[in-house]
Design a protein around this ligand. Structure first.
Ligand SMILES: Cc1cc2nc3c(=O)[nH]c(=O)nc-3n(C[C@H](O)[C@H](O)[C@H](O)COP(=O)(O)O)c2cc1C
Length: 547
């Protein structure tokens, strides 16, 4: 059975590879009539609006990462609102020729936003001294109460953690993404979860809070806690449970990564209310996605604690930038100018920020063992040779990767690369055309300062347990979010790239089997803004209604 699931998971991955002669299956056209509604609304649930932040913290951008630099705020209803606003709220509206669409703090493939957010909160005065399970709706910046509980219910949950805090749950609506991308959409949904995790960790850090991934819970446990099995879903629009995070004030204490059985039983007996709004009139059944979700379901697992390194960050010389401003201004570059360079110091600092560290957001939410590396196509970095580079994010994999790749690659570490950064040059060359070609011929991968292929330790992880398939994509999303914010810090822009020719990337490096697979691409450079679009403020629609 176990082996069977491994094979099936690998089958999904193979089936959804793109190549120049065969793209993963999708409709091949945009069925605008049935474009899924981007905002989930549970009808029949009491609503509770968060206030909008009047003023963001003026913490420096380095405060995004380092714990201890941020003043710890109380866990109040309003502060939870600020936490969510700066991680999963709306960042702006764009409009063009009569149509308008919202952008969010968290990016999403095709701006389709399959990721939904839930909060499980302790009793608070704003909620009539009741606790509950809430769905977050970013359009209204409001919570919709799906279930309520009283203080004794929460006391039992709290006693397991022995800390004040609350839970964040994430789920995915695959249809939102498969509507456009067909069978490959399961991958994109999981990238988006990773981006959201990093957004949440950064935003919490600015409040002096810490986010921890609860790694023992099964998909079924999460489904129970979020009430999904008691919800009447529209066919094809069911939400799939991804994960649960615990949020508390900064502490060096080891936080439990589990829920006790008694609390889980309490959640099981909670009544849930609310009817999910239909998102589309008609659907296409991309059955392999539901299958892939089933094959990669997480079982309950033993509690794990992960430790990373604690090297100080390289000094990027950009301390005057403000963290919240960087988060709010983040956008995906649509076109790159083919000219703008970044400096070597900036490049090294960006690479360094993607390295997981203890006591540093976002990777100290402890997703698991570090499995994602980066091949970097360096095009325009001053004082650095153009060419192919490799960042080994987990040095335990170094020999394995080196021996699995083309023996002609250099694996040299030039003198200017600090000892703490496992960055190697593989080949000096002009690789703009290659970078562009492997990223589905998208110009953005060659017209930038550098682009990236995220290379994950693949087969061994899937053989360990197929649910790790999803974790690998989450990890790439987290790395992607760091790259997005770092790009903004250095006055350039980033773009996630989900469309790439999988096996051409592997051939480029000389991988002969699926020990390592490229799972996500990314590009960073000088972007050209589309002047035709009008930008509106994120919550103008609520202000108009007198909120
Ligand atoms: C997982 C993922 C994959 C993406 N893939 C592509 C891509 O292949 N090509 C592209 O031009 N943009 C891509 N994007 C950028 C999205 O289209 C962009 O995030 C979305 O339109 C929202 O805009 P924003 O990032 O400015 O908020 C991707 C983004 C994500 C998160």
């Amino acid at each position: 059975m176990g082996n069977n699931l491994v094979q099936k998971t690998i089958l999904y991955h193979e089936e959804t590879k793109h190549s120049p002669s065969r793209y993963a299956k999708s409709s091949g056209f945009m069925d605008w009539e049935n474009q899924p509604e981007p905002f989930r609304l549970f009808e029949g649930c009491p609503a509770l609006g968060f206030p909008l932040s009047k003023k963001d913290s003026d913490a420096a951008y380095t405060c995004l990462y380092e714990r201890g630099q941020n003043h710890t705020q109380e866990i109040t209803f309003n502060n939870i609102g600020a936490f969510i606003e700066l991680s999963m709220g709306i960042s702006a509206w764009k409009s063009f020729q009569g149509s308008s669409w919202a952008l969010r703090m968290n990016p999403s493939s095709g701006n389709l936003h399959p990721t939904e957010l839930y909060l499980i909160l302790p009793p608070m005065p704003e909620m009539g001294d009741k606790g509950g399970v809430f769905h977050y709706n970013p359009y209204f910046h409001a919570l919709f109460a799906r279930a309520g509980f009283d203080a004794p219910f929460w006391d039992s949950v709290r006693s397991h953690f022995n800390l004040d805090g609350f839970f964040v749950g994430l789920s995915s609506i695959f249809w939102r993404e498969s509507w456009k991308y067909g069978e490959r959409a399961f991958r994109y949904c999981n990238h988006d979860v990773g981006h959201a995790m990093a957004c949440l960790s950064f935003s919490a850090n600015l409040l002096g809070w810490r986010v921890t991934y609860l790694n023992t819970l099964s998909s079924e446990d999460i489904e129970t806690m979020l009430g999904f099995s008691k919800t009447k879903w529209v066919e094809f629009e069911r939400e799939h449970p991804d994960l649960l995070l615990f949020v508390c004030k900064n502490t060096d204490m080891d936080i439990p990564r589990s829920m006790d059985n008694e609390s889980l039983l309490q959640f099981r007996s909670l009544p849930f209310v609310g009817k999910p709004n239909p998102l589309s009139g008609d659907h296409v059944d991309w059955n392999i996605i539901d299958q892939a979700a089933l094959w990669t379901e997480k079982p309950r697992t033993d509690e794990m604690i992960y430790r990373y390194n604690s090297y100080p960050f390289l000094d990027g010389k950009c301390v005057d930038k403000k963290a919240a401003k960087i988060i709010r201004q983040r956008r995906s570059g649509q076109t790159y100018d083919g000219e703008t360079s970044i400096t070597r110091e900036e490049f090294l600092s960006i690479m360094d920020r993607t390295m997981p560290r203890d006591k540093s957001a976002p990777f100290d939410l402890e997703l698991g063992e570090v499995s994602v590396h980066m091949v970097i196509f360096v095009h325009r970095v001053t004082d650095m040779d153009s060419g192919l580079y490799f960042l080994v994010r987990n040095e335990d994999h170094f020999e394995d990767i080196k021996s699995g790749t083309d023996p002609g690659l250099l694996w040299e570490k030039p003198d200017f690369i600090p000892d703490t950064l496992p960055l190697y040059i593989l080949k000096r060359c002009d690789c703009k055309a290659e970078a562009q070609m492997v990223s589905c011929d998208q110009d953005i991968a060659g017209d930038s300062a550098f682009s990236v292929g995220m290379i994950a330790k693949f087969r061994e992880n899937i053989e360990k347990s197929p649910y790790l398939y999803r974790h690998l994509f989450w990890e790439t999303g987290m790395v992607g979010q760091v790259l997005y914010l770092e790009a903004e810090v250095y006055s350039v822009r980033g773009t996630g790239i989900g469309c790439f020719y999988d096996d051409l990337v592997h051939q480029l490096l000389g991988f002969r089997d699926n020990s390592y697979q490229s799972l996500y691409h990314f590009t960073v450079g000088g972007s050209v803004e589309d002047e035709r679009l009008t930008t509106l403020s994120p919550y103008h629609h609520l202000e108009k209604n007198g909120k």
